[in-house]
Design a protein around this ligand. Sequence first.
Ligand code: PMT
Length: 401
Amino acid sequence: MSRLADKQICLVVTGGIAAYKAPDLVRQLKAAGARVQVVMTAAAQSFVQALTFQAVSGQPVHIDLLDPTAEAAMGHIELARWADLVLVAPASADFMARVAHGLADDLATTLCLASAAPLLLAPAMNQQMWRSAATAANLELLAARGVHFCGPDSGAQACGDVGPGRMSEPAAICAAAEGLFGSNELLGLQVLITAGPTQEAIDPVRFITNRSSGKMGFAVAAAALAAGARVTLVAGPSTMAPPRGCDVINVRSAAEMHDAVLSRSANCDIFIGTAAVADYTVVEPASAKIKKSGAAMSINLVPTKDILAAVSASPERPFTVGFAAETERLEDYARTKLQSKQLDMIAANLVGMPGSGFESDDNELSVYWADGGRELGKASKSLLARWLIEVIAERYHGQAI
Ligand code: PMT
């Protein structure tokens, strides 16, 4: 059965020649079992008739932000809440710019802003518009906020140009949409995840931190959501946007992260400690900025509380998964942590090298449990997160039986 079965998809069609492929996209989404409602921008109606979408979706097409027949019940907000996925295909350069800047001056942009569902864009535009600095900046901004993209493809364009900017084929867009829903293997479970670094204050303007960007933890949260879990993400300071759909608790220090996690861990089924939590904190941060002097200075540090060990030792203990960041003897050190913190599983990565571990988009993970393990290999953090969630689900359900 397709992962799109029974999913509620709001398809936004914007103005562009590729809009002619959108009715086929609706047909393929429906064939996979999804329920589809179509929203059209004013420009889209110059390319395809609303009646066509009404016929293929079997639903009235939404066009106006303030439709008097639906607005008594705040129709645009209802639609935003109804959607499990907001899919924009084709997504024009203009539409990407408007979403990137939070405009909400028509139904389509309002929907993107008002929905907590994942947002998937299938861009389609002239190759020069795609390559422009403005579109590249909008793409970067949207991607950093957790918006997903499918395509564009490269090739001959309707305007006669050749290059990137053709909308992906409907089958590829369907596959991308399906990928966002994962497998339902954590359906109904509550998953608590930590991500990012912590900051330990030295004085009001200085702190001790580490190189964690939050990418790995946010990818794990997105993968857990895609697998059907309800996700609470306790995040240290990060410039990345957390995935849409998580309940996000922002914290700064290890102590704040400890309290945020321990006050929630009894009500979760699975805990995943991806954060790079400071092992030491400043004994007494100065209340005013420390003045420079010629003399050497030292800072007194004390160990922080170990969040992972505390969750694992708690009476109503969830299935507890740790991470191990090592610079050598990966399996040895990871297994020692697995045992000493009494974990169900640990995901281990080598750090301190370019191309994996901290900050990079890719990573290499090995997963260990008491009597086994699995090499997940080297891949993007989002792919590794999906594989990690698959292993966690397998072990969690195996244990629950
Ligand atoms: O954020 P990115 O830039 O994407 O980088 C990802 C990552 C390298 C940070 C991530 O993949 C990772 O390895 N996270 C764990 C980092 C870490 O602190 O590892 P550790 O071996 O020092 O700690 C072991 C485990 O104990 C971790 O699950 C950690 O969250 C936990 N811990 C540590 C100290 C503490 N006081 N409390 C804890 O819960």
